[in-house]
Design a protein around this ligand. Structure first.
Ligand SMILES: Cc1cc2nc3c(=O)[nH]c(=O)nc-3n(C[C@H](O)[C@H](O)[C@H](O)COP(=O)(O)OP(=O)(O)OC[C@H]3O[C@@H](n4cnc5c(N)ncnc54)[C@H](O)[C@@H]3O)c2cc1C
Length: 473
């Protein structure tokens, strides 16, 4: 048996107070758009992670790139931390003001700057949310596929290199951001990339900022790839005797090259939770929720292939959801699984794992993780973007119960170690934030982390951009 390890103890940092002169300058410039009200600061000083630290000293609502540049220049002058804020749905302590400072709320920068349907691109401000974007481009026959469960901002999604249920077919933010406008740690404005689909021009700064978790600069405009709405869409659920059979089905579907658009696993606990939360009557057994995009003929062909594979692994009760209403109902329930899970244990918080492994190792990784959670007796459920090899075990913990927190962290650590031994990653899509810093060095190695630190020091010499995240300097 593993000895308990206090891995939930977060790194500690010295607070860096905001000087009165800086606060005064912010108040003068922004008026009521600069708030020091406790409720506002608290709302910006936490995310969906189970950690609590004191909030930032002030929150400023930016409305333009110039606003952001003004705040960052002041922060640079006074060596004060700034933390970009999208909608606050991140899960790893990304937004916590561990060194104090000023939160830059980008939600009011929510304009669609330019849609170019003929090129399948769009440029947006960072506070545009994924649902807002999809509503606004739908009439042009287009959609943006990246869909973290929350209605996250495009800025936050770019900063965490997010993905979601469609990544198996359409890739992640890494694959879908073409260009950025960024306010650097010096308060200068730079542009990375163009609207061209590809480029060999110098270092790829776009991909450096995508996934940088607010630690290198603030993205104030983002150019994205768009996709035509598929001609035909069909969704299906299929139940399995056990989780392993559902995963083996997925592995074979991917290995056969079926261009499935979504392939999500829910274990029995997760199905029970979404049934209760969304008033559904899904059979309470491990389930794959799938979607197929294409022409009517190709959707029918993909679905027939998957149905055949599933039946080889004991999959039954294939049920089709062909109307948009039925599909929306199922996918809404899937997207709300996190909140459904929270309702299973009143007052709980969630420690969520995010490992991703090469697809051939997924069945072993998932079944061992679940066996360990059952053996530990901790309340949990599993959802997974299994088509990508990515899954989340959510351990439901009483935040005041250290023993439960230790158990969740120990299980997470064991799972990450296994994923790394399988040449996978500790985080497929949520990012490192505060919580996964200990795993970064194990995964990337000392040399790579030293290079990341060198980049951080070069681009942010005063360590003002969301300091203490990804790694401590
Ligand atoms: C119910 C639920 C389901 C989720 N499902 C998924 C999922 O399937 N896939 C997935 O990838 N994630 C998922 N997440 C996590 C979360 O939604 C993503 O991490 C999302 O990308 C965060 O976006 P946000 O707007 O909330 O960013 P925030 O939480 O506000 O910020 C996240 C990070 O980005 C930085 N940041 C924000 N805006 C900018 C900017 N303009 N410039 C620079 N840095 C910036 C912040 O400083 C912070 O470090 C889920 C979360 C919840 C609560």
């Amino acid at each position: 048996m593993n000895a308990p390890i206090p891995v939930h103890v977060l790194p500690t940092f010295e607070p860096r107070p905001v000087p009165a002169a800086m606060l005064e300058a912010l108040r003068q410039h922004f008026g009521t758009r600069c708030s020091t009200a406790l409720a506002v600061r608290e709302q910006h000083g936490r995310d969906e992670s189970p950690f609590d630290v004191p909030p930032p000293e002030a929150v400023v609502y930016a409305e333009s790139t110039e606003d952001v540049a003004f705040i960052v220049k002041l922060a640079d002058e006074h060596a004060v931390p700034v933390i970009p804020f999208g909608v606050g749905s991140s899960l790893e302590g990304h937004l916590l003001a561990v060194q104090g400072g000023v939160s830059i709320d980008l939600s009011r920068m929510n304009a669609i700057v330019r849609v170019n349907p003929e090129d399948l691109t769009v440029t947006v401000q960072p506070g545009v949310t994924r649902n807002q974007l999809n509503r606004e481009i739908k009439d042009a026959g287009l959609f943006f596929p990246i869909d973290p469960g929350a209605d996250a901002s495009i800025g936050g999604m770019s900063a965490t290199r997010a993905s979601g249920t469609n990544a198996v077919r359409y890739g992640t933010m890494r694959d879908n951001v073409l260009a950025l406008t960024v306010v650097t740690a010096k308060g200068e404005v730079i542009h990375t990339g163009t609207r061209a689909r590809k480029s060999s021009a110098g270092y790829d700064l776009t991909r450096l900022f995508v996934g940088s978790e607010g630690t290198l600069g603030v993205m104030t405009e983002i150019t994205l790839k768009l996709y035509p709405l598929p001609e035909a869409v069909s969704a299906a659920v299929c139940h399995f005797p056990d989780v392993g059979s559902a995963v083996k089905t997925t592995i074979q579907v991917i290995q056969m090259g079926v261009p499935i658009a979504r392939c999500e696993l829910l274990d029995t606990h997760a199905v029970r939770a979404v049934n209760a939360h969304d008033k559904l009557s899904l059979r309470e057994a491990p389930m794959l929720l799938m979607e197929f995009h294409g022409s009517p003929a190709s959707v029918a062909e993909q679905a027939a292939t998957v149905q055949e594979i599933a039946s080889e692994f004991g999959g039954e009760d294939f049920q089709w959801a062909t109307t948009p209403e039925e599909r929306t109902r199922l996918w809404t329930a899937r997207h709300r699984a996190y909140f459904a899970g929270l309702q299973m244990k009143p007052g709980c918080r969630t420690v969520t794992t995010d490992t991703c492994v090469p697809i051939s190792r997924l069945a072993d990784c998932v079944t061992q993780a679940l066996a360990e959670a059952e053996a530990a007796g901790i309340q949990h459920y599993l959802v997974g973007h299994v088509g990508d090899g990515n899954f989340h075990v959510a351990y439901l913990i009483d935040p005041n119960n250290d023993a439960e927190r230790d158990t969740a962290e120990r299980l997470n650590k064991t799972l990450v170690e296994r994923a790394l031994s399988m040449q996978g990653t500790c985080t497929g899509e949520h990012g490192i934030g505060l919580h996964k810093q200990g795993f970064l060095i194990d995964e990337a190695g000392a040399g790579a982390v030293a290079m990341m630190r060198t980049l951080k020091r070069a681009l942010d010499p005063k360590n003002i951009m969301n300091p203490g995240k990804i790694f401590a300097l």
